[in-house]
Write a protein that binds this ligand. Structure first.
Ligand SMILES: [Zn+2]
Length: 417
């Protein structure tokens, strides 16, 4: 992503903080990441979209690393495949349905198990074609009860993955690989989360687990282990949730604490739930036929934005990990004038690939520049002030206040990931 001059950017930052459901929704508004369109519908601003795109890049990196093949299925589905699977009008009331001009019934697919079977059952006919892991990153539509800003949306971005197998053992192998990829992803972003066993409900199948971020504004009730390395959790959906009177972690003897959480991801061992109802069999090695075994794996991208704002933000604003920050560094001159202006412009050109935001708006004072940079959650500031004028070195200040002094020519190198 490119660097931007503030004078040319539409930032949406705001001091107004009233009228929002909670402090996280307020901060998302004040930092100018999103604006509500209608109930459950949000527009992401240029800043919010930069974050969304970088989160998608992180997610796809982890999926590609475990052999996922990215594809794209249509969001609009004919009702036929949903009738075959038995889920037409049985998606917990959350499916948006409509009719086309010819009177055919369609839906905005709330999930794509049916779509994946429909696409691949003509192509994959033998155990030799398996296993196969496919994924996409697209908008999903669900008529959910909208609340809590970006947490419960009627249209949201989801990374949904599906794996196909000739055996349960093969499914378990891929399931574990996706589970590990999710752990790497969430740990890499510094998210505080637990993994809770869950019932499969509308998806079907036997085994599933939820990745739940611990966050006060979340709508999931969660019991989490106090040992942060343990990651054991229980939610209302956990088969063992009737043991909510237990207070000791069954995995490490740590203490279980009661709190709220956000479901960031969910992984399912679906078994033959879909190949059975949609009649998809493959040839096996011994000359017989068997139904394809499936898994499905989702991550909600906007929920990740909300979670990071809540878990990592502070009284000054957002605090993004370097990997997903909308801007990696703010170039902040004491005044955008004279020598400082020249150096600021030079740094802006030098750091073009480092996604900087150059504070070149002459109407802003230095204090306002710092405050806005912190509100946006930019991880680094390149400060051009008195120290530069006296020594020729710029101040490279991280969001948590750690400062280094470097030559202007070294700034670009210091900002590289
Ligand atoms: Zn534990």
């Amino acid at each position: 992503m490119v660097s931007v001059r503030r004078s040319e950017a539409t930032l949406f930052t705001s001091r107004e903080a009233n009228g929002h459901e909670n402090s996280t929704v307020q901060l998302i508004h004040r930092a100018g990441l999103a604006r509500q369109f209608a109930s459950g519908l949000y527009a992401l601003t240029p800043t919010g979209e930069r974050i969304r795109q970088q989160l998608i890049a992180q997610v796809t990196h982890e999926m590609d690393r475990i052999g996922g093949q990215r594809l794209s299925l249509p969001g609009l589905n004919d009702s036929d495949i949903w009738r075959q699977s038995g889920r037409w009008n049985r998606f917990e009331g959350e499916m948006f349905t409509l009719e086309n001009r010819d009177g055919r019934q369609l839906c905005l697919a709330p999930s794509h198990e049916e779509g994946v079977v429909h696409l691949l059952r003509g192509e994959v006919r033998s155990y030799e074609d398996l296993p196969c892991l496919v994924y996409q990153v697209k908008s999903k539509h669900r008529d959910d009860h909208a609340r809590n800003g970006l947490l419960r949306l009627k249209e949201f971005t989801m990374k949904d993955a599906y794996s196909l197998h000739a055996s349960q053992e093969s499914l378990e192998e891929t399931y574990d690989a996706v589970r590990d990829a999710y752990v790497r992803l969430f740990e890499g972003l510094g998210i505080d989360f637990v993994i809770a066993e869950a019932a499969n409900s509308v998806m079907g199948g036997a085994i599933s687990e939820e990745f739940v971020a611990l966050a006060d504004t979340g709508t999931v009730e969660v019991l989490s282990c106090s040992d942060k390395d343990c990651r054991f959790g229980l939610t209302e959906e956990s088969p063992a949730s009737d043991c909510s009177d237990i207070d000791t972690c069954p995995e490490c003897d740590g203490t279980l604490e009661y709190g709220a959480g956000i479901e960031l991801g969910h992984i399912f061992q679906l078994g033959t739930r879909y190949s059975d109802s949609m009649e998809w069999s493959i040839d096996t090695a011994d000359g017989n036929e068997r139904e394809v075994v499936m898994g499905s794996y989702g991550i909600g991208i906007e929920r990740l934005i909300h979670t990071l704002v809540e878990q990592q933000g502070d009284e000054r604003g957002c605090r993004w990990p370097d990997a997903v920050a909308p801007y990696r560094a703010a170039i902040v001159p004491l005044e955008y004038d004279g020598e400082l202006r020249e150096v600021a412009d030079w740094l802006y050109d030098q750091c073009g690939r480092q996604q900087t935001l150059l504070f070149d708006d002459e109407s802003q004072r230095i204090g306002e520049r710092f405050a806005e940079s912190d509100l946006l959650g930019i991880p680094h500031k390149v400060v051009l002030g008195n120290h530069y004028l006296e020594t020729g070195c710029v101040e490279l200040e991280s969001r948590d206040g750690h400062t280094r002094y470097v030559e202007p020519g070294e700034v670009s190198t210091h900002l590289q990931r």
